[in-house]
Design a protein around this ligand. Structure first.
Ligand SMILES: [Zn+2]
Length: 235
């Protein structure tokens, strides 16, 4: 799949990356999440919430909370809990209030939730309780892989014999690894796809690679970003 990029060339001040002729060149391993945050705000802006459409508070005198928010965040449309990748295609600028409220809901679920919550026909609490109950059942199925959690067009069918990993390993079995290992034990599958560049360098998912390696029957889901090239050291 193609990573959504700004439609103009752009050089990162810290030298970590560069957008050029519709491609992204990454020069530093480990900076991927930071680069995606920056790109998200470049593509979608950072002064309007994608969900409530409120604007960033221009100054302290503007106190109307129905029009303005104070803090911008990035929301994962496909929630991280269900493997939603940290890439511009899956990120949107959101005020901290919407981001907190959305939690681990998908976009359609969050819209439904808001419809029920703000409906004027009464009995909203009971309807919300029922909604959350149904949601929990659906989420469990998603974790077990019984409902698709990531759209098929995100994932590559290609078989990769080699993926280049260019990360420093100081604590390979950290907290995040343990969390994913628990998920694997509970649900019999790896929680999220790995992300690689066009030239087959790992951009995200180091723990998943380790887990798949130690649990040899586990298959990795792979997202290939066709317009992203890792150039961390000379070819
Ligand atoms: Zn909002």
């Amino acid at each position: 799949m193609k990573l959504i990029l700004p439609d103009y060339d752009f050089k990162f001040e810290d030298g970590n990356a560069e957008v050029k002729n519709g491609n992204l060149f990454i020069y530093r391993a480990g900076a991927f999440a930071k680069i995606m945050t920056k790109l998200t705000y470049l593509v979608y802006g950072n002064d309007e919430c994608f969900f409530c459409h409120r604007k960033k508070r221009p100054n302290a005198l503007e106190t109307d909370n129905t029009k303005y928010f104070s803090r911008i965040t990035k929301d994962h449309l496909i929630p991280q809990e269900f493997g939603g990748p940290t890439i511009t295609n899956n990120l949107r600028p959101a005020c901290s209030e919407c981001n907190n409220e959305k939690e681990n809901m998908y976009l359609d679920e969050f819209e439904e939730y808001r419809r029920i919550k703000y409906a004027k026909d009464g009995n909203n609490e009971e309807k919300l309780r029922k909604f959350k109950e149904d949601l929990r059942v659906k989420q469990e199925k998603r974790k077990r892989g019984e409902i698709e959690s990531i759209p098929k067009e995100y994932l590559s069918d290609e078989i990769f014999n080699n993926i280049y990993v260019n990360f420093w390993i100081d604590q390979p079995l950290g907290e995040k690894y343990m969390k994913q290992e628990d998920f694997l034990k509970d649900y019999g599958r790896l929680p999220k796809p790995i992300i690689i560049s066009q030239n087959k360098f790992l951009l995200d998912g180091f723990n998943s690679i380790l887990l798949a390696k130690y649990n040899l029957n586990e298959k990795l889901s792979i997202i290939v970003l066709e317009n992203v090239f890792f150039k961390g050291f000379p070819d």
